[in-house]
Design a protein around this ligand. Sequence first.
Ligand code: 5GP
Length: 208
Amino acid sequence: MTIQKKGTIIVLSGPSGVGKSTLIGEVRKNLPDLKFSVSCTTRAPRSGEQHGVHYYFLTQEEFARRVSADEFVEHAQVFANRYGTLKSEVLQSIRRGETVILDIDVQGAMQIRAAAERDPELAAGTVFVFIGPPSVEILEKRLRGRATDSEEQISMRLKNACHELAFWNKYDYLVINGNLEKAVEEMTALFRSFALRTAVYPEELFHE
Ligand code: 5GP
């Protein structure tokens, strides 16, 4: 008999420059069933980004309409743009038994924490994972390594990164991305373990 398990929403945050995208890309090679929640944003698509795949690209008006209609489980302003996670994306995934990554900033993650306190289904279905650098100095070096950014952009990103770092212990797990291979291994093991949480099994599991 196959057991119908519930899914897990992995709320994943980490400051700019920590290597989040590379890390996630590598982990997905190990765990091809891992899904991504598609967020809404008001920012313009970058080259190669597709509506409905990378983001739902919305106008300011459409985003505001969805906020008023209470369609978001969380939403936040990150730099100059608005970002939000639709309730429908998250709850349907839990019910379908999927493991889904929400790559969101700390403001959004803390909103989901608060929402989970009011909603047992969300509480049972979510885990919070933070990706950190080995040190602030190394993070700064990585941010400066992006030759495309101006000094002003770098210092803004660094200030924001330090703000985000202060939230690390509000998460359930911390993966430090010093050595990519090690971090990929740790994150893969961690994500695999989520499918074994007692919360994902049906309550009537061992009833006669
Ligand atoms: P980017 O514009 O580079 O794709 O994302 C910028 C930042 O917005 C990243 O830190 C990312 O984690 C965050 N972000 C992306 N989607 C969401 C979302 O739905 N909600 C929140 N709160 N942050 C998001």
